[in-house]
Design a protein around this ligand. Structure first.
Ligand SMILES: [Zn+2]
Ligand SMILES: [Zn+2]
Length: 441
């Protein structure tokens, strides 16, 4: 294994190790490519499917640590002060950031309470702490960095602070006609937390981070860029992106189990997608939210909520909820079925387009959670006893399950199957072997 030497400059930043170009295997289309040495501000995309293979950001230690520690500080502030208060008919109700999950506990929705707490507090806080730990680990040899990095990249899609922010905006529109809203200090701290959290993930480079934890293992085999990994008995570690020969079951760098293709990928994807499709029916039939006003109970389903917003003239919000709760989940379920069908066809065609569609639905699927978070916000804020109170309906849990299951279904789907030939042998390709590099704006 090649050793690399790191040393500090006068500015306290680690210099890039002396690496010549490396070989990289695209985890979406299985093409082995030569990855040129990237300069700060550059990105490398797969020459076949366009997937982002690697990127380099300037100041790889200082910037992520500063962003992540500021984000954590803002998260603490977001929990210390009043978040939002609402005045209606002479009475006032105040909500803290933690109320979004604690009130759900109080109204006997423990599963939903735990999910909301994980998505907007625990996972984002862990991710920011992990980034600081891993980046400081580039300077000092801190223990368990391998484990922290594995968990960080596994949890990243489940951090939903950006979706919560959209949920807040939707809630404000829904409540505008019912009373006056006042934004507390914690709300602004949360907005800053959201921006800093987003920025932290933008400035960390997965391959670079892993190469600092442990050098990229060189496969013993003679590998030829421009051909598939499958044809050269090479597979890619989904966790740390290292190349692993077929004869090894585990990655020699991160220790993760590496498969040539995700085992029973199509069966798992179909089973999970079908479960989500079945659950989507009760999620639409049963009420997602129950409003008790002056002793009168009004139940609203996903569709009736959208209709009400439209009738009130809140067109942009109605469109956002319709997209998040109807269009995206339905489209995601249909696309996953379509991709499983394409894989089973004798000759899969338009592979580049289908890979792009898969990446897109995989990315956008988590945004469906917005309606569940809106219910959590309204339940926490609208608690005016007899005057008006909001409770989550049974469909809130069911719909959250639909979103989570479709996310798991997308994770079970192996996009490399789209590029494999029907015999299960990945075809050799004559594509341009060098990956394309471009400057980020
Ligand atoms: Zn690719
Ligand atoms: Zn690995």
């Amino acid at each position: 294994m090649a050793s690399k030497h790191y040393h500090l400059t006068a500015q306290g930043e680690l210099e890039q190790p002396d690496v010549e170009g490396e070989l990289v295997l695209c985890r979406y289309c299985d093409l082995l490519q030569h990855l040129p040495e990237l300069q700060p501000g550059e990105e490398a995309h797969c020459s076949q499917c366009g997937h982002l293979l690697d990127s380099r950001h300037p100041q790889p230690v200082i910037r992520p640590v500063l962003f992540a520690s500021s984000a954590l500080f803002m998260l603490v502030l977001a929990n210390l002060f009043p978040f939002i208060s609402m005045h209606a008919a002479g009475s006032q109700q105040q909500m803290s950031f933690l109320d979004t999950s604690s009130v759900l506990f109080a109204v006997h929705h423990p599963a939903l309470a735990v999910l909301v707490w994980l998505f907007i507090q625990a996972i984002p806080a862990f991710c920011m702490t992990a980034v600081i730990y891993l980046k400081l680990g580039m300077i000092w040899p801190l223990p368990a960095r391998m484990w922290v990095a594995r968990v960080l990249f596994m949890l990243k899609p489940w951090s939903m602070v950006d979706i919560f922010l959209i949920g807040l905006l939707v809630s404000f529109v829904k409540l505008a006609s019912h009373g006056d809203l006042a934004l507390g200090l914690s709300f602004w701290a949360f907005c800053l937390f959201c921006l800093l959290h987003l920025r932290t993930f933008q400035v960390i480079d997965r391959r670079e981070m892993w190469s600092r934890i442990s050098p990229n293992p060189k496969p013993m085999l003679q590998a030829q860029p421009g051909c598939t990994g499958f044809s050269q008995h090479l597979k890619v570690c989904a966790c740390c992106t290292a190349l692993v020969p077929f004869n090894l079951s585990h990655c020699s760098r991160c220790g993760d189990r590496v498969h040539r293709r995700i085992p029973a990928s199509i069966q798992k994807t179909l089973a999970l997608t079908t479960t989500a499709a079945i659950l989507y029916l009760p999620a639409n039939i049963y009420p997602i939210m129950v409003t008790v006003s002056m002793g009168q109970e009004t139940q609203s389903t996903i569709l009736s909520g959208i209709r009400l917003l439209w009738q009130d003239g809140a067109y942009p919000v109605a469109v956002i909820i319709a997209l998040a709760s109807v269009v995206i989940p339905v489209l995601k379920i249909l696309v996953l079925y379509g991709l499983c069908y394409l894989v089973m066809q004798p000759q899969s065609y338009r592979q580049r387009l289908s890979t792009w569609v898969f990446r897109w639905v995989d990315w956008i699927g988590r945004w469906s959670m917005v309606d569940v978070l809106v219910v959590a916000i309204l339940a926490a804020l609208v608690r005016f006893d007899l005057l008006m109170s909001v409770y989550p309906g049974p469909a809130a849990v069911t719909f959250a399950a639909v979103v989570i299951i479709t996310m798991l279904a997308a994770l079970s789907f192996d996009p490399r199957l789209l590029w494999d030939s029907p015999t299960g042998q990945a075809p050799a390709t004559t594509e341009q072997p060098n990956s394309m590099t471009e400057h980020t704006s």
